[in-house]
Design a protein around this ligand. Structure first.
Ligand code: 13P
Ligand code: ZN
Length: 278
């Protein structure tokens, strides 16, 4: 069934664990991710981002998400990830995503606040939750003091926008890391967690180090976004010897599912309180 992420992230915040957010880019990936969630009987957050457009457009991704999400045996959040166009995000809100991210993190603080507030008001009238970001999580950027999310800015932003969750920058970046496992700013995370009321989320989860990710989940991050590792697991699985395309597709799905299940363990998601026994 399709659900909002609101109660999930609040439960994660209260009980010191995180949900995985898995991007999907085809029917193989979404089926593998749902299979992982079902095998553990835990909810899953499935996301399409604009960057997946060359592979699958938003309408097809939404249709896939609704189809597989509705028949899943676990709660499924259908999330529009990294929406940089307000029009696209509003379209997503009106057409069935249960959660959206408006990403104006490359804009000035004031502009980001203005855009996010507008989207949050629009979404809340329609029962959809909104994530936004301050302090930009880039691609292969080496984080330094200037790129970490500032605590006062985060508090101010959350209050003024009415947004439901906030993506923060504490040292991760999107994609693989050229210089090995990143060093995360756990002190900043503690400060943010203590000061900001709404759930915090982390982008760029792939290859960030399992110990790092377990610690952020324990310390206040309620959702960790994972894409690149899943895409690479699928790609690596194509390199085996197979007798047919079907065999290869099944091997890709298995690889994605195993990695997805692994991330559930890393994030301590089995602390989720509202599990329904099937
Ligand atoms: P990775 O590709 O680094 O896992 O980042 C995923 C992400 O942040 C999606 O929004
Ligand atoms: Zn991201």
């Amino acid at each position: 069934m399709l659900v909002s992420s609101n109660y999930l992230l609040k439960d994660a915040k209260a009980n010191h664990y995180a949900f995985p957010h898995f991007n999907y880019w085809d029917s193989n990936s979404i089926r593998a991710e749902i299979a992982a969630a079902e095998s553990l009987n835990l909810p899953v957050i499935l996301a399409w981002a604009e960057k997946h457009s060359p592979e699958i457009g938003v309408e097809d991704a939404l249709a896939l998400g609704k189809y597989f999400g509705s028949k899943a045996k676990v709660p499924v959040v259908l999330h529009l990830d990294h929406g940089t166009s307000v029009d696209l995000v509003k379209w997503g809100i009106e057409n069935g995503f249960t959660s959206v991210m408006i990403d104006a993190s490359d804009k000035s603080f004031e502009k980001n606040t203005e855009i996010t507030k507008d989207v949050a008001e629009f979404a809340h009238k329609r029962g959809v939750v909104v994530e936004a970001e301050i302090g930009h999580v880039g691609t292969n950027s080496s984080a330094d003091d200037s790129t970490y999310t500032e605590v006062d800015a985060a508090v101010n932003f959350a209050q003024r926008t009415g947004v439901d969750s906030l993506a923060v920058s504490i040292g991760t970046s999107h994609g693989v890391y050229k210089q090995g496992t990143p060093k995360l700013n756990f002190d900043r995370l503690q400060e943010l967690r203590n000061a900001v009321d709404i759930p915090l989320v982390l982008h760029g989860g792939s290859s960030s180090g399992d110990d790092n990710l377990s610690k952020v989940a324990e310390d206040g991050i309620t959702k960790v976004n994972i894409y690149t590792d899943l895409a690479n697991a699928s790609l690596n699985a194509t390199k085996g010897e197979y007798g047919s395309e079907t065999e290869m597709a099944l091997a890709q799905r298995k690889a994605i599912q195993e990695l997805a299940e692994h991330y559930y363990q890393v994030f301590g998601t089995d602390k989720y309180q509202y599990r329904v026994q099937n």
